[in-house]
Design a protein around this ligand. Structure first.
Ligand code: ATP
Length: 332
């Protein structure tokens, strides 16, 4: 069953920067999709758009169908309900997302009281259960955020995201601020909860290795576009798009000490979304660009079974019926 279907999503901030351009994605219930790309490629904008959490004045076009209901046309009351019970989000840097002056138990209980209309005792019980599910003793409910470690706070954020039994969790760089050991624990926790509860997961990271380890499929973004997608390990080990290749080379294995992210072998910086290069936005940095790449943008096309890449070097042939069916079936 398709849980989430994003069609031709376009997000333009009030200042005129189009941070997400024509993104199509789909996610089956219980599956895990990773979204990778350098800082500024539009990953967080995409995550925020999915739950309509973008600042006022931002223009969003296309469709975001969650269980067939379009998030972009539904009333705000319904959007607020869907944000907890349909899909919820775990941000990076839990210290900033938690309220410093409220006990963590009260913060977890708040959406339960609001959206499940639970009694105070019922919400307290559920809060204790959620804390235990994320590996914290129920008694920690009385702690304030500053009394917890970074990893514990991120566990609390995950408990909060699960509070209203959502079907989809969006995790935006959930482990970026944590050290490697804690990062691995949190990833295992997310993996376990998603499997046990058959949740859909969208995990966003600049670290392709982490995503390849955690997710079924991967989408690589560049300058607001998905430029490559396919089965997670295949994309990580044998990327088809030159940008996907550079990103894979930057993150060969989980936990490798990459102090500052810069795809190896790539000169320059990602483009400013309000001043994109002509043609394929990647062409000024691309080691295999042709002259025509400066004029012609590339849309995703067949790049092997279940795989697509937006590059002129992909097979120009139209895939046969078998390949086309495979592509349609395995689009993330
Ligand atoms: N509120 C905003 N107003 C205007 N432009 C914005 C806003 N938020 C983000 N942008 C711009 O949109 C582009 C995409 O940003 P976004 O945060 O989505 O990228 P990202 O891939 O998540 O990067 P990071 O990993 O650094 O968070 C960037 O050029 C950014 O400067």
């Amino acid at each position: 069953m398709t849980l989430l279907e994003v069609r031709d999503l376009e997000v333009t901030y009030a200042g005129g920067a189009t941070a997400v351009r024509g993104v199509d994605l789909s996610l089956e219930a219980g599956r895990k999709l990773g979204i990778a790309g350098e800082s500024g490629c539009g990953k967080s904008t995409l995550a925020l758009a999915l739950l309509r959490l973008l600042p006022a004045g931002t223009r969003i076009g296309g469709q975001i169908l969650l269980n067939g209901e379009d998030m972009l046309t539904m009333r705000w009351g319904r959007v607020r309900a869907v944000r907890w019970a349909g899909a919820s989000i775990v941000f990076q840097g839990a210290m900033h997302s938690l309220n410093a002056v409220h006990r963590i138990g009260d913060q977890i209980a708040e959406p339960i009281l609001l959206h499940h209309r639970a009694t105070a005792a019922g919400a307290r019980r559920k809060t204790g259960e959620l804390l235990e599910q994320v590996g914290l003793p129920a008694a920690r409910a009385t702690a304030y955020p500053h009394e917890l470690s970074g990893g514990q706070r991120q566990r609390v954020m995950i408990a909060m995201a699960l509070a209203c039994d959502p079907q989809l969790i969006i995790a935006d760089e959930p482990t970026t601020a944590l050290d490697v050991m804690i990062q691995a624990q949190i990833l295992r926790l997310i993996g376990r909860l998603v499997a046990e509860q058959e949740l859909g997961l969208i995990m966003i990271s600049h670290d392709l290795a982490v995503l390849a380890e955690t997710c079924d499929r991967l989408a690589v973004m560049y300058a607001g576009r998905v430029v490559e997608e396919g089965p997670a390990r295949q994309v990580h080990e044998d990327a088809r798009h030159p940008y996907g290749k550079a990103l894979s080379a930057a993150f060969p294995r989980i936990g490798d000490p990459v102090s500052r992210f810069a795809p190896r072998g790539l000169a320059g910086d990602p483009p400013d979304p309000s001043a994109l290069p002509s043609g394929c936005a990647f062409h000024p940095r691309c080691p295999v660009a042709l002259e025509s790449c400066a004029d012609q943008d590339q849309l995703l096309r067949h790049a092997g079974p279940g795989r697509r890449a937006a590059c002129v070097h992909m097979e120009p042939t139209v895939p046969g019926p078998a390949a086309a069916t495979e592509d349609a079936r395995s689009t993330p």
